[in-house]
Design a protein around this ligand. Structure first.
Ligand code: GDP
Length: 316
């Protein structure tokens, strides 16, 4: 178990994942959780990151920062996704190594796997084939991040581990209709359609693509679990092991937010990877499973969204 009294740095604490990790650490009784906003520290700047680590001297690091977005943002801004993430992963891993951080958890993404990987996707599928073009920049940066952790472990003996989550959702998500991921975008689109009394709601793609969704509070729990119980080179998939079609997801959001309205599929929008569901046997073998069902998680996320809309804190 990692020491609850030691300083812990959560890189990326304002994001969907980082805010969930901070909540989880607070519940767990960590007494010294360190965070810093991007206006105070540009994580792409090695000398600034080094200076910050020298001053703060964290013992543990959750590296969950990055430039993130949905299929549209990824495919139209590939250079930013590649550059920002490569730099952020490199600077933080190097600074953590330099000051002798005891343990670091790096968060990747299931888009690291080949576009046509066998399903469910095992950890061994990495680098077994070409990537999905709509998020290639992001995926390459994430693969480099995994390899950084592996090589720093191999060359220097650093205890740096990697977790690969499936598609995430939950409170604090980005509800921007163009830049965000499918689940928050659908929540917002159905919500606005109900308010406007529209008779149909747009869903991108054919609806046949399959995705797996994990509540971000479950991911935060898994991250802490791995920090406490896992110290090996291999990355670990984090998911539910259950997927559904985008049509089924849209129907579930419709039933929750605006029952009875028609779905209109916009096939000019890309489907992306045809199917993405993780093999989670490595993680379940270690003793961890997700606890939030999708319907329950959708309902609590919708509740969070309407409250955040009312108090003006939602990212749209
Ligand atoms: P991906 O898993 O990297 O492809 O990330 P996304 O969450 O952006 O997209 C997942 C799937 O949902 C893709 O097949 C999209 O075409 C589909 N989708 C349907 N409606 C939407 C939407 O409003 N926004 C986004 N981002 N995706 C949508």
């Amino acid at each position: 178990m990692i020491d609850r009294q030691a300083p812990v740095f959560v890189a990326g604490h304002r994001g969907l994942v980082g805010s969930a990790v901070v909540r989880r650490l607070q519940v767990e009784g960590f007494t010294d959780v360190q965070t810093v906003g991007r206006e105070a520290l540009d994580l792409r700047d090695q000398s600034a990151v080094d200076a910050w680590f020298d001053a703060q001297r964290p013992h543990y690091v959750f590296l969950v920062a990055g430039t993130v977005g949905g299929i549209h943002a990824n495919s139209t801004r590939p250079a930013e996704f590649l550059y920002d993430n490569l730099m952020i992963h490199g600077t933080v891993v190097q600074a953590a190594h330099r000051i002798g951080v005891e343990k670091l958890l790096y968060l990747g993404s299931s888009c690291i796997y080949p576009r046509l990987a066998d399903q469910p996707i095992t950890e061994e599928a990495l680098l077994g084939g070409p990537l999905e073009p709509t998020n290639e920049g992001y995926a390459l940066a994430k693969i480099a991040g995994i390899k950084l952790c592996e090589t720093y472990r191999r060359q220097y003996g650093d205890d740096f581990i990697s977790a690969m989550p499936t598609n995430l959702y939950g409170p604090g998500d980005n509800f921007d209709l163009e830049g965000g991921h499918v689940l928050p975008a659908l929540i917002r689109r159905f919500h606005e359609a109900r308010k406007a009394g529209l008779t149909e709601v747009e869903v991108w793609g054919t609806g046949e693509a399959r995705r797996e969704f994990l509540h971000v509070d479950d991911l935060a729990d898994a991250c802490l679990f791995l920090m406490d119980h896992y110290s090996e080179a291999g990355h670990v998939n984090v998911g539910t092991g259950v997927d559904l079609t985008i049509r089924e997801l849209a129907e579930a959001v419709r039933d929750l937010v605006y029952p009875g309205v028609d779905l209109a599929f916009d096939i000019s929008r890309p489907d992306g990877v045809p199917r993405k569901v993780l093999d989670i046997s490595r993680l379940t073998g270690l003793g961890w499973t997700a606890s939030t069902g999708l319907i329950e998680g959708l309902a609590s996320t919708y509740e969070w969204f309407t409250a955040a809309l009312a108090d003006g804190t939602v990212r749209t």
